[in-house]
Design a protein around this ligand. Structure first.
Ligand code: IMP
Length: 174
């Protein structure tokens, strides 16, 4: 497999991430939200997003696995590493790279809700809406994308391509 057509260019991502940061800063003006990034895909997005925030905030990380290195969701979500902060009474924002079937996020959302945060919102860079199997409420969406397997800006294929500064479509070799 190889890097195919570029779907979202580096400067488009930068512009949209800045807009999302501004929006979150406005919405959480007098609050100190906890941004929960889902490893590993969400890390690049989170690190750019927090630099466009003008409010105080905290970050924490959670690692889950729903894919087994391929391109299809297994439907089985495993927690590989849990949060280090107690989110009870906190304003939590989950920061995801992509919502595909919604299975992963639905699972994480329910786990976090059971810990009684004051509020819980979801911010995703990419929304692959056509593939949704579970309805998950998305509060902040960077881009809606078509049904294609994408790589770059944190998103991998078999742990590779996360470093690409743009989002591209994964294509078979010629
Ligand atoms: P879902 O449970 O099907 O919504 O899948 C969510 C997770 O699958 C994301 O957090 C990604 O890690 C991975 N994923 C889904 N679609 C893609 C893609 O197009 N490229 C890379 N990873 C993806």
């Amino acid at each position: 497999m190889k890097v195919g057509k570029i779907l979202i260019k580096e400067d488009e991502i930068r512009k949209r991430v800045t807009e999302l940061g501004d929006e979150i800063s406005r919405d959480y003006r007098d609050k100190t939200p906890t941004l929960v990034s889902i490893l590993k895909g969400g890390i690049i997005f989170l690190s750019d997003l927090v630099r466009s925030l003008s409010i105080l905030h905290e970050m924490d990380f959670m690692s889950v696995s729903s894919y087994n290195g391929g391109t299809e969701s297994s439907g089985v979500v495993r927690i590989l590493a849990d949060l280090s902060i107690n989110i009870e009474g906190r304003d939590v924002i989950i920061v995801e790279d992509i919502v595909d079937t919604g299975l992963t996020l639905d699972y994480i959302r329910h786990i976090l809700l059971a810990r009684h945060p004051k509020s819980l919102r979801i911010c995703t860079l990419l929304d692959k809406k056509a593939r949704r199997r579970v309805d998950v409420p998305l509060d902040y969406v960077g881009f809606e994308i078509p049904d294609a397997f994408v790589i770059g800006y944190g998103l991998d294929y078999g742990e590779k391509y996360r470093h690409l500064p743009y989002i591209a479509i994964l294509e078979p070799d010629d």
